[in-house]
Design a protein around this ligand. Structure first.
Ligand code: G3I
Length: 436
């Protein structure tokens, strides 16, 4: 009872203060004001219990951008109370990113390349901050399908090479969980797999042959992961990557040209047949905030004849820019979560500016990047707590700018001297150092 009185009086003081200041702060200012109040009180309060349903639903209305902005403006004064629902307020900011996310049941991942496991300056950062690993490249078809073995056996043949197993061994010895990336993709896939006798001079194979090859390849992948002793590390696998265009049409890949649009259904059907139960199966894509409905429709179509879902989750790559709308991204995460499937951010990096206008790494732009990461992660945590999203993992597409595929855009958490950026503090939910 004493706690409730103390909290109520603090809330009254906050409301009075906000009335006096005209409520003109940014969303994140408001998060921190409330957080500071809770901190002053030296208690961890399950604040979501203190908020009415009306306030909750106001958040939902605000993220819908109908172009008029009138509802959002009207709702602004209720923002501080809404932010008080955030579980994020109770986060203990100790340890690395993984320790902070673990408090909310969210895995923290990074992609891994061979350059990252050779020096302790990198491995120390990985083991401190992440508990999930995705191979940046070496589990893609280009690196796992052997041409000589395929010609020898007459079927599409999988062969794990040392550069793949070196990374798996490193992950294993460091107790990491694995996201598999990727089985069926138009890119980083050898084109000879689509031709008769694996010979590009002999013309494309027919649908049935390609489906036989697909099944054999997916079967061998899971068999070999098991035989080599890695299967237990995997909790998630990207079965199909980047198959839908922004207008909802199917990408014109050789998979689609030979098999037809149902190549996606078959890929999931075979993965469902051969993957262990413990590995969840994902459709993964980028720009999903612009094609949300098409992906929902696709995911809902991936069922067997009994209506059982063949897909477990949707992966959102998250190659974003500081100019991209977080509201739009959250709406997409809500829509995917509403399907009942698991949702993961699988390749997060946030470049500076917009894709049409990339900005330099000035202090101002790096501050904005820190805030962007903070807001993205804290909103996911808030919405997960409210039950409006179902995001179980956030994987960053690397951690240090100079090893990023977008190393010209400073998208990651550490600079090239391995100094933590505002982005790192933002991603770790450390508000005080995140650039505000
Ligand atoms: O392995 C060869 C090596 O043998 C050769 O000497 C070298 C010379 O350029 O190239 C190496 O291949 C490169 C490969 O990365 C491995 O380092 C490719 O050229 C290069 O294009 C490739 O880039 C990768 C890109 O996917 C390819 O599409 C990036 O590292 C990787 O970060 C990126 O990851 C993708 C995700 O899988 C899917 N979502 C988008 C994301 C970013 O493009």
């Amino acid at each position: 009872m004493k706690k409730i009185f103390r909290f109520a009086s603090v809330m009254i003081m906050v409301l009075m203060l906000l009335a006096m200041t005209g409520c003109d702060k940014t969303d994140n200012d408001k998060i921190v004001d409330t957080a500071a109040v809770v901190e002053d009180d030296k208690e961890i309060i399950p604040v979501e219990d203190n908020v009415s349903k009306e306030e909750d639903s106001a958040t939902d209305i605000e993220v819908i951008d109908d172009g008029t902005a009138s509802e959002a403006e009207e709702l602004t004064p209720t923002e501080p109370a809404e932010k008080a629902t955030s579980d994020q307020i109770t986060a203990v900011i100790e340890g690395g990113i993984k320790d902070v996310y673990e408090q909310y049941g969210i895995k923290a991942g990074t992609c891994l390349s061979d350059a990252m496991i050779t020096q302790s300056k990198y491995t120390d950062i990985i083991t401190e901050n992440f508990n999930s690993i995705t191979h940046e490249n070496f589990m893609k078809p280009d690196y796992l399908i052997s041409k000589s073995k395929s010609i020898e056996t007459g079927e599409l043949s999988v062969e794990f090479t040392k550069r793949t197993t070196d990374l798996l061994d490193w992950a294993k010895s460091n107790g990491m969980s694995m996201r598999g990336h990727v089985l069926v993709w138009h890119s980083q896939t050898p084109d000879w797999i689509f031709y008769k006798n694996f010979d590009k001079a002999q013309g494309l194979v027919d649908r049935d042959t390609m489906l036989t090859r697909m099944e054999s390849y997916i079967k061998q992948m899971f068999e070999q992961l098991d035989t080599l002793g890695y299967a237990d590390m995997f909790y998630a696998y990207d079965v199909v990557n980047e198959a839908i265009n922004d207008d909802g049409s199917y990408r014109d890949s050789l998979w689609k040209q030979i098999v037809g649009e149902d190549f996606i259904w078959y890929a999931f059907s075979y993965a469902d047949k051969y993957a262990p139960e413990t590995i969840k199966l994902y459709y993964n894509d980028y720009n999903e905030q612009f094609k949300t409905d098409y992906i929902v429709k696709l995911a809902e179509s991936l069922v067997d004849d009994t209506g059982r879902s063949l897909i477990d989750g949707i992966g959102c790559q998250g190659h974003l820019y500081t100019g991209d709308s977080i509201d739009d991204y959250m709406s997409m995460l809500q829509a995917f979560s509403a399907t009942g499937l698991d949702v993961q951010i699988t390749e997060l990096d946030v470049s500076l500016g917009t894709w049409q206008n990339i900005l330099k790494a000035t202090e101002e732009n790096l501050l904005a990047q820190g805030q962007y990461y903070y807001e993205m992660v804290s909103r996911i945590i808030e919405e997960n707590a409210a039950g409006t999203t179902n995001v179980s993992g956030i994987t960053y597409w690397g951690f240090v700018d100079n090893l990023s595929w977008r190393n010209d855009r400073s998208p990651l958490l550490f600079d090239s001297n391995l100094e933590p950026k505002y982005a790192y503090h933002g991603a770790r939910l450390d508000y005080d150092n995140a650039g505000y």
